[in-house]
Design a protein around this ligand. Structure first.
Ligand code: FES
Length: 177
């Protein structure tokens, strides 16, 4: 029996109908699975996606673990994702990550004790020309300095808990940087 509800199955089927093959719907299907999983893509959900898309579980797991946009462990309400690939590294990403670690009192990959903010290293965000790049929720920040990130952290900390916020955060609707 699938771990997905009938409603989720319907969402998956609607997605699949938009693609020429079931396999082509894998990335958005994983996104749905993560969404209904409260922002976490757990092994059972990966297995259920594999079953529904008639794909080998190992293939689905390989895709899910390749992309940093799929959360294998719970995250905080907001995630500060800093690209650490070469162009961003050359323009200060490592220093920016170290700065955030110091400001938040956690290491990259961890979540603040209050569960509010996760700091994550991610692969190329496709904004290499304006490195270093940071993503918070669905919003990109480019040419990010320590001062910018400090201001963002202050803003994020001031946002109230809201059950409607996804683990990816809704900072994109409120940020003004
Ligand atoms: S390398 Fe950082 S956005 Fe591409």
């Amino acid at each position: 029996m699938s771990v997905f509800s009938e409603e989720t199955i319907a969402r998956l089927d609607e997605l699949i109908s938009r693609y020429p093959t079931k396999k082509a719907a894998l990335l958005p299907a994983l996104w749905v699975a993560q969404d209904v999983g409260g922002g976490v893509l757990n092994p059972d959900a990966m297995e259920a996606v594999a079953s529904h898309l008639e794909l080998p579980p190992a293939e689905v797991q390989g895709v899910a673990t390749f992309y940093t946009m799929y959360n294998k462990v719970p995250r905080g309400k907001f995630a500060i994702e800093i690209c650490h690939n070469v162009p961003c590294m050359a323009f200060g990403a490592e220093e920016l990550i170290a700065h955030c670690e110091h400001s938040l009192g956690i290491s990259a990959g961890e979540t603040t004790p209050d569960g509010h903010i996760t700091l994550a290293r991610v692969e190329c965000l496709g904004a290499c020309c304006n490195a270093p790049a940071v993503q918070i929720g669905s919003k990109y920040y480019e040419n990010v300095s320590a001062e910018h990130i400090d201001a963002l952290i202050v803003q994020i900390k001031s946002l109230p808990d809201n059950p409607d916020h996804t683990p990816q955060g809704l900072i994109s609707e409120t940020a003004s940087f």
